[in-house]
Each structure stands twice: as structure tokens, then as C-alpha cells.
Design a protein around this ligand. Structure first.
Ligand SMILES: NC(=O)c1ccc[n+]([C@@H]2O[C@H](COP(=O)([O-])OP(=O)(O)OC[C@H]3O[C@@H](n4cnc5c(N)ncnc54)[C@H](O)[C@@H]3O)[C@@H](O)[C@H]2O)c1
Length: 250
């Protein structure tokens, strides 16, 4: 049990990669707070874990709403006085060629993917410090380092998350908080289902992936487990690609 006794919080954990991260953390002994803007999805995911005798609680948290994040941190402060592992996973994408993108779509992508990470990383600092061994994991993307139409805005937010992670790793290290980026390649989730239904887009991504397949959310979650655990005790400021070799290829 690599996270026995740990308190973990995962944003956007009602579905997809965040749901898999919550499940792997709970199976490794953590008490996981499954949070999501979709409160019903968070509750269903937490209930499924409790049905397996694992420790999970659900909270409705929209990472773009300061009062939700304040409520999350107050709840954790009251219940445990600390957070050992905090995963910034909530994210979204709006497929649009950049030249046609509306201001509203740009702001929406940025608010969730970047401002949300900022808010959780800032407001979670005191509780991570109280852990004495905190791990903050920011989920970016292989697209943070690559260009692909029509993902320019999404790529910009994910590249910024990786840059923010490096800055936070330096600032938070004296407080015994490690900060790392998890950079997934493609996995089939709600986020990607629309794009991956387009046969040409789908094939183009497979062609760009040396392992010639998409990843599974569980494969992303196992890499998050490494970053969360004491196995990564000397790892901070890193970007861990879990992408079947996509970021290594020309
Ligand atoms: N699926 C992929 O191929 C892939 C690749 C690289 C990176 N990622 C990143 O992984 C993360 C998870 O993506 P996924 O594929 O599991 O997507 P998903 O759509 O299956 O899950 C995302 C979750 O985030 C929640 N969410 C959306 N806006 C939110 C908000 N404002 N506050 C709180 N929660 C919110 C959604 O309700 C959903 O449950 C995202 O950051 C995404 O950018 C995914």
C-alpha cells in the first residue's frame, strides 16, 4: 500500500483520467476526495470506491470558482488539517481553429486549464505544507509541447501549466512540497471522444505515436501514483510524459 494513511484530493475526478487516479490512489490506501464541477459524477465515483471498502468522499468543486476552492480547503483543514497529495486534473478543450476562436472560448479554456490550477496550487499551499511531505501534481498534456490543429489554445494552457509547475517546484521545495507535471498522451475519454470520432484525426494521432495505440486512463493514473508516493521522494519540477513515445518522436 503505497499511499496508506495519506489524504489525497483530485479535481475533475468524476470521469476519465481523474477518476482513474482517484481509484488507484484509494486502492493504495489513501482517503481520496473525489471533486468535480459535476457533483453527481463525483458522488457516483466516490460511492463506487466506497462499495469496494475503499476510503472516498465526494465534493462539488468548480475550479473556476474561488468560493468552491475556499470551501474545499476549509473542509480539508477541518477534517484532516493537511493534504498529502493534491492533483490538478480538471481540464477541458474546445476544438476551434485559432483564427475563428471567440474571446469567450479562449477565456473558458484558460479559466479551467490554467487559472484553476493556479487557484488550487495557491490555496492548497498551507495544507500541503502541513503534510510535511506534500505532493502537488499538475496534469498538463503532450500538446503542451506540440502543435496540432485545432488545439492551439489548449496547447497554450498546457504549456503554461508545465511552466508554472517548474516555478512552483522551486518556490515550494523549502516547504517539503514536491511539484510535478504529468503529461498524458491521448486516452479515450469524454474530453477526446468528439475529436477521436473523426477518422483522419484518430489515425493521424496513432501515426504520431510510436507505440501505435492510445493510452488507458489507468496507465496515466499509475504514473500519478509514482509522483504521489515516496518512490518519487527526490523528484520535483519534472514533467513525466505518459504518451507511448509521442513527445519523443519527430
Ligand atoms: N484524454 C486525453 O487524451 C488527455 C490527454 C492529455 C491531457 N489530458 C488532460 O487530463 C485531464 C483529464 O482529462 P480527461 O481526458 O479525463 O477528461 P474528462 O472530460 O473525461 O474529465 C474531465 C473532468 O473534469 C471536470 N471538469 C471540467 N471543468 C471543470 C471545472 N471547472 N472544475 C472542476 N472540474 C471540471 C469534468 O466534469 C470531468 O469530470 C485534463 O486536464 C486533460 O486536459 C487528457
Amino acid at each position: 500500500m503505497r499511499l496508506a494513511g495519506k489524504i489525497a484530493v483530485v479535481t475533475g475526478a468524476g470521469n476519465g483520467i481523474g477518476g482513474a487516479i482517484a481509484a488507484v490512489f484509494a486502492a493504495e490506501g489513501a482517503h481520496v476526495y473525489v471533486t468535480d464541477v459535476d457533483g453527481a459524477a463525483a458522488e457516483a465515483a466516490a460511492a463506487a470506491l466506497r462499495a469496494q471498502q475503499l476510503q472516498a468522499s465526494a465534493l462539488t468543486v468548480d475550479v473556476t470558482r474561488g468560493q468552491d476552492v475556499t470551501h474545499l480547503m476549509r473542509t480539508l483543514a477541518g477534517a484532516h488539517g493537511r493534504i498529502d497529495v493534491l492533483v490538478n486534473n480538471a481540464g477541458l478543450n474546445i476544438l476551434s481553429d485559432f483564427r475563428n476562436m471567440t474571446d469567450a472560448d479562449w477565456v473558458r479554456i484558460r479559466e479551467v486549464n490554467l487559472d484553476g490550477v493556479m487557484r488550487i496550487a495557491r490555496d492548497g499551499f498551507d495544507l500541503l505544507r502541513a503534510s510535511g511531505k506534500g505532493s502537488l501534481i499538475n496534469v498538463a498534456s503532450v500538446m503542451g509541447n506540440r502543435g496540432l490543429r485545432p488545439l492551439a489554445a489548449y496547447s497554450a494552457t498546457k504549456g503554461a501549466v508545465a511552466a508554472l509547475t517548474r516555478g512552483l517546484a522551486v518556490e515550494y521545495a523549502p516547504f517539503h512540497i514536491r511539484v510535478n507535471t504529468l503529461a498524458p498522451g491521448y486516452a479515450e475519454t469524454k474530453l477526446t471522444q468528439r475529436a477521436l470520432k473523426l477518422p483522419q484525426f484518430r489515425q493521424a494521432l496513432i501515426d504520431k505515436t510510436p507505440m501505435r495505440r492510445f493510452g488507458l486512463p489507468e496507465e496515466m493514473a499509475k504514473a500519478a501514483l509514482f509522483l504521489a508516493s515516496d518512490d518519487a521522494s527526490y523528484v520535483t519540477g519534472a514533467e513525466l510524459a505518459v504518451d507511448g513515445g509521442m513527445s519523443a518522436a519527430l
